[in-house]
Ligand binder design. Structure first.
Ligand code: COA
Ligand code: ZN
Length: 322
């Protein structure tokens, strides 16, 4: 391992295919197919997973079976399952299903927030306050963990480039609101327009601005412009400890026109393993899961590694990194 180039021995990869991936497919997939794909991801060593969203089934019909999917996996104590929630109702439903990691989503840009969750940023922040109160009142161990996903942290499909100070303007009140909660802040490149130097700037500026022991940082990237892996690595070198990715690169926000799939987990893993970073994932098995996900009807995938003949992938890169 090269200590000069890799800031962490271990990086957490958060697999988001079951949430960002499945939501990008219009026609509802059979629940059994979703469960089969999730199981394949777990077989590849995935332990952190965004399993889906507790949202209005009218807004995202693909997520209507989230309760059934969570019920299938919730007793697997080795898994860290997170679910997206846009409001208190979603949080209550998720907690009732046993989810202990809520992923609250709010966009930095007003227009994307309105398009995505049909409310102003200020209203989303009041929803965050209600969820925080709900978590603070809970005596269940592990209930005080939250991920704050800041959509359009670099670029908005309606407003264009986003400056780090605009992110600061949403993050500052969000941090005030969530005092006492262990918080992972994810800067999300919803459209995939970000470039590595912009990612570095946002992580380093915001990391300097908000120094707080209860905070950790994550990066959520899309690969629209082919920058996904580079962006994730720059995030890692500037303070992120968790990186979101989606097997086969399946994904995309239905409320962000023009954005394509998430950064493919297998592409990111290839880069990390090349630097000796341990992730716990097994690349050959991950490629099998990615193939299964890519075969789902109606999905848009964006993987590079899946297109390379398997026999051409160097042995040292495909060896398990656990
Ligand atoms: N889970 C399930 N149902 C929910 C819900 C939730 N979290 N929040 C609201 N609903 C239901 C309400 O009960 C209501 O149902 P009814 O019409 O049967 O009474 C209906 O949805 C509308 O509720 P309302 O509060 O008026 O919401 P809205 O229509 O203004 O939509 C959101 C707001 C946030 C619920 C909706 O836009 C949404 O779910 N967005 C999610 C977007 C998303 O997942 N984006 C992914 C990319 S990050
Ligand atoms: Zn996304």
């Amino acid at each position: 391992m090269n200590a000069f180039t890799i800031p962490l021995e271990q990086v957490e990869i958060v697999e988001v295919a079951p949430r960002d991936g499945f939501q990008s497919i219009n026609d509802p997939l059979p629940t059994a197919d979703k469960i089969r794909c999730i199981q394949a991801l777990l077989d590849a060593g995935v332990t952190r997973l965004e399993i889906g969203s507790f949202v209005s089934p009218r807004a995202v019909p693909q997520m209507a079976d989230i309760g059934e999917i969570v019920a299938h996996f919730i007793n697997r104590s080795e898994l860290r399952l997170a679910a997206l929630v846009p409001n208190l109702k979603g949080a209550e439903l998720a907690l009732a299903c046993g989810i202990r990691e809520l992923m609250f989503v709010v966009s930095v840009s007003e227009s994307h927030n309105r398009s995505n969750v049909r409310q102003s940023v200020a209203d989303s922040l009041s929803n965050l306050a209600s969820i925080t109160e709900r978590l603070q009142a809970s005596d269940t161990p592990g209930d005080k963990r939250l991920r704050l996903s800041l959509g359009t942290s670099f670029d908005c499909p309606f407003e264009g480039r986003i400056d780090w100070r605009q992110v600061e303007a949403v993050l500052a009140p969000a941090l005030e609101t969530t005092q006492g909660i262990e918080l992972e802040v994810a800067l999300c490149d919803t459209t995939g327009h970000a470039t590595p130097y912009q990612v570095a700037e946002h992580f380093s500026r915001l990391g300097e601005r908000f120094r707080d022991a209860r905070l950790s940082w994550a990066f959520h990237g899309h690969d629209t412009y082919g920058m996904g892996v580079a962006n994730a690595l720059f995030a890692l070198h500037h303070g992120a400890t968790a990186l979101d990715a989606s097997a086969a690169g399946l994904g995309g926000c239905p409320f962000a026109p023009g954005a394509t799939g998430n950064t493919a987990t297998e592409d990111l893993l290839y880069a990390l393993q090349g630097g000796g970073v341990r992730t716990g994932l097994d690349l050959p098995r991950l490629l099998e899961a990615a193939d299964m996900i890519a075969a789902l009807p109606g999905g848009q995938t964006a993987s590079h590694l899946r297109n390379v003949p398997r026999e051409n992938v160097p042995r040292e890169k495909i060896m398990t990194s656990s």
